[in-house]
Design a protein around this ligand. Sequence first.
Ligand SMILES: [Zn+2]
Length: 149
Amino acid sequence: MNNVEPRPSAIHGIGLFATRDFTKGEHVVQYTGVIVHTPPQPDENGLIHAMELDVGRWIDGCGQENVARHANHSCEPNAESQPDGDIIQIVALRDISSGEEITFDYGYNLCAALSHPCRCGAKGCPGRIVATPLRTGIWKHFRIGRARD
Ligand SMILES: [Zn+2]
């Protein structure tokens, strides 16, 4: 825990914050955990800490040593998750200053997005945690659901 640390976040609960400067492309932190073949279940707080490696394989990241599990989603993230074999690295998308909150795109599908509000505050945030390529889709989805006037 020398490069990042968990602290209270304005986005949601506890977030992950840089404790030193990072340059674009640099590995910020590794998402660690046990590889499982069934979808990880929520903990006692209803939170699931997991990353999908590929179809039917997840890293269960609920362990205390996995400090990366604190990283929040943002629609304007400064980092991204990059699978590397059986490892997932959180990598800086741009230069990050010490003290900044580390965020990445959780990449939720539309179904998951509907039950996960987003409060990242980024311009163009659809108010839901959803993968960037699907964001247009979710707007359409909400428009369909909106009362006609
Ligand atoms: Zn957002």
